[in-house]
Design a protein around this ligand. Structure first.
Ligand SMILES: C[S@@+](CC[C@H](N)C(=O)[O-])C[C@H]1O[C@@H](n2cnc3c(N)ncnc32)[C@H](O)[C@@H]1O
Length: 183
């Protein structure tokens, strides 16, 4: 099976554009799920549009693992946090195409506009199941254009087959969402 298209590093500017906050405010979207002291994973973090707010939300005692396939994306995030207090809180992690490869369990996982870029979703969700703490949760947000309702539901079926419960997610403008929990 071939690999799906991955959002190129040259597109990072459009993920970071200043208008995005108006319709996808990270704090508003993540407030029900991210609390002080948590360890959270931003998988497919790109240039860190969500990772930065997540780091503020978990506070000094929390950690954000910002993980991406592309070194170039992680470098962009590193440039943003270099010399700031967030440098201590955000752990940059380069993952492999078919392996996230983190060794600790986390309280919350965000996958924003990334699941459709994964070819082997069954493998991905099995690893997610092993990374989530027993009472942890995951928020999946997918874009409307690239991902049909059918494709979104197919992805959720893979998550269920990996032992996760999928329920309706919060409203996010222009997007399809789901919350995953351990069964
Ligand atoms: C459209 S971008 C979204 C970035 C970020 N979540 C945001 O909303 O600003 C998708 C990101 O997922 C990453 N990605 C794609 N496939 C991945 C995989 N198998 N594992 C980890 N990251 C992946 C890409 O490198 C890219 O940075």
């Amino acid at each position: 099976m071939g690999k799906n298209h991955v959002c190129p590093v040259e597109m990072a500017g459009s993920l970071d554009n200043r208008f995005r906050r108006w319709f996808q405010d990270p704090q508003k979207i993540l407030r029900p799920y991210v609390n002080k002291g948590m360890t959270v994973l931003d998988i497919g973090c790109g240039s860190g549009f969500f990772s930065l707010d997540m780091a503020h939300m978990v506070g000094k005692s929390g950690r954000v693992i910002a993980s991406d396939l592309q070194e170039g994306m992680l470098r962009k995030l590193q440039n943003k946090i270099m010399g700031t207090e967030l440098e201590e809180r955000i752990i940059l992690h380069k993952c492999e195409y078919d392996k996230i490869g983190i060794s600790e369990q986390v309280d919350f996982i965000l996958a924003f506009y990334m699941v459709h870029e994964i070819s082997h979703k069954g493998i991905f969700f099995k690893e997610i199941e092993s990374i989530l703490k027993a009472n942890g949760s995951m928020l999946i947000v997918e874009p409307p254009m690239h991902v049909s309702k059918k494709a979104f539901n197919r992805a959720l079926e893979k998550a269920r087959a990996a032992g996760l419960i999928a329920i309706e997610g919060p409203k996010v403008l222009f997007s399809k969402t789901a919350i995953l929990k351990k069964s």
